[in-house]
Design a protein around this ligand. Structure first.
Ligand code: HQG
Length: 179
């Protein structure tokens, strides 16, 4: 039986990066039919019925996925490489946000700031503990502080996702410091 993590990874691949790999079609905001996802899982011989999918969505460690109110549609909350309009609300960020990265990226980050790389936005955390987990995915975390309040007052938009991740287009080097 596939474990929750394997199902979650498959969902992430389809819903963020390659829906066509499972013949799924996402709408402009990233939603697709739950029934189509269940059929695609079955086609891959991944044992996952509706209750199981619901449990994967609800217990996911980072609340990566969400279901529509009627339970008929599913999408990834963020992290897409394909084009989607996520319609997260624009919010005033706190004065400081955090970004967890690793030593080997510091030179380019100091030169050009934080860039979205393969995602749509730069992802920022509201606390150091979360940023440390993000950075540790790639080695030993180095935590950068982001003067988000100043950057917002300079006119840049920040968006807050349903699972508490702050998104913005770019953080210029002048707005970065070390924690
Ligand atoms: C780095 C995961 C060179 C950046 C996590 C990061 C998070 C630069 C990497 C979420 C750079 C991109 C996002 C520049 C940024 N030059 N490197 N100018 N600007 N970088 O994965 O923030 O599991 O796209 O520091 O937990 O690490 O997917 O972004 O190391 O919440 O739900 O380029 O993804 O969540 O890596 O992670 P990523 P991230 P999920």
């Amino acid at each position: 039986m596939a474990d929750d993590k394997a199902i979650s990874k498959t969902l992430s691949f389809w819903l963020r990066h390659k829906p066509e790999a499972a013949s799924l079609t996402l709408d402009g905001a990233g939603w697709t039919d739950v029934d189509a996802v269940l059929a695609a899982l079955a086609a891959q011989r991944i044992d996952c019925d509706w209750e199981r999918l619901l449990s994967v969505v609800e217990t996911n460690d980072k609340k990566r996925y969400e279901l529509s109110a009627d339970g008929a549609r599913i999408r990834a909350r963020q992290g897409h490489s394909i084009e989607v309009e996520l319609d997260w609300p624009q919010r005033e960020p706190p004065e400081l946000l955090y970004h967890g990265t690793v030593e080997r990226f510091l030179d380019p980050i100091r030169a050009e700031g934080l860039r979205p790389m393969r995602r749509h936005h730069v992802h920022l955390s509201s606390d150091i503990a979360t940023a440390t987990i993000v950075g540790n995915r790639r080695g030993k975390a180095v935590i950068l502080t982001v003067r988000a309040g100043d950057l917002a007052r300079s006119g840049q938009a920040f968006f807050l996702t349903g699972n508490g991740v702050w998104l913005t287009d770019h953080v210029p080097p002048d707005f970065l410091g070390t924690a």
